[in-house]
Write a protein of this length. Structure first.
Length: 265
């Protein structure tokens, strides 16, 4: 499997993307970097060109993008859904993702999809499905959208891998697949074995030590080998990205890569 690093949770100050850590992640030896697409969309064309060049110089590919939508500025459920605005955003966002070299875009974005208070949940789910179908139209050409389940601490719709799989089955769109996030699974009490429910439709994975959502390290109490063995049992050979917080990213990222490489051995 390819092991990557989401740099969005490392972003500080002026660096809203986490791009200041790309060279470090490359030097440590990660296979790829994962960038927050909503933050990338904030860049001017010139600044986006500079971002692409910086990644190229760092010598590490951007395999995937997380954080599809920018907070609640673009809603896909609720009373204020602007379908034309969603389409315009996706067209540009997916174009930038392709230029970065990404093959996977993660649809988590709880602020964009959460069910508003007092809004019928059944209608919100239908809107969610419609949004996925629109994403399917703009994906393709080497780009896949994965449904991210988000725990109740962060969102209020689609909490588990199992629910993500059910939604994909309902949607039945060619370019819409499933993500497994072991942090959200832990918070929801979902067994790691549920990863197998996704089968061939599992196209991306996020992981972290769920206690504090920090970088994996030796002896931290998490059975990472069990995670990798479960992935291997369904023939998964895609990317697994560390998405975690850190006060010492360089050392924590190095230790995490060693732990995950051993678990994959």
């Amino acid at each position: 499997m390819k092991i990557g690093c989401c740099v969005n949770l490392l972003a500080r100050g002026h660096d809203r993307i986490g791009i200041d850590w790309v060279e470090t992640i490359a030097e440590i030896g990660y296979d790829y970097v994962e960038l927050p697409l909503a933050r990338v969309m904030e860049l001017s064309d010139d600044d986006f060109d500079a971002l692409c060049e910086r990644i190229k110089r760092a010598g590490i590919p951007c395999r995937s993008c997380c954080n599809l939508f920018p907070g609640d500025e673009i809603r896909v459920t609720g009373r204020n859904v602007d379908i034309a605005g969603v389409r315009a955003y996706l067209e540009k966002a997916f174009s930038r993702a392709r230029r970065l070299g990404a093959c996977v875009v993660v649809f988590g974005s709880p602020a964009a999809r959460d069910v508003e208070e007092g809004f019928p949940r059944e209608i919100a789910m239908l809107q969610f499905i419609k949004a996925l179908q629109i994403m399917d139209e703009y994906a393709g050409d080497g780009l896949t959208v994965v449904i991210e389940h988000v725990c109740k601490l962060e969102g209020n719709i689609i909490y588990t891998v199992e629910e993500g799989c059910m939604l994909r089955d309902i949607c039945r769109a060619e370019n819409i697949t499933v993500l497994a996030d072991t942090y959200h699974m832990f918070v929801e009490g979902e067994p790691i074995e549920n990863i197998s429910l996704a089968g061939k439709y599992l196209k991306h994975v996020h992981t972290a030590n769920p206690i504090g959502r920090v970088y994996p390290k030796a002896g931290d109490g998490v059975d990472y080998k069990h995670i990798f063995d479960t992935l291997k049992s369904i023939g998964y050979d895609g990317g697994i990205s560390v998405e975690a917080f850190s006060d010492d990213p360089a050392n924590d990222a190095r230790a995490a890569l060693e732990v995950l490489r051993q678990a994959d051995a």
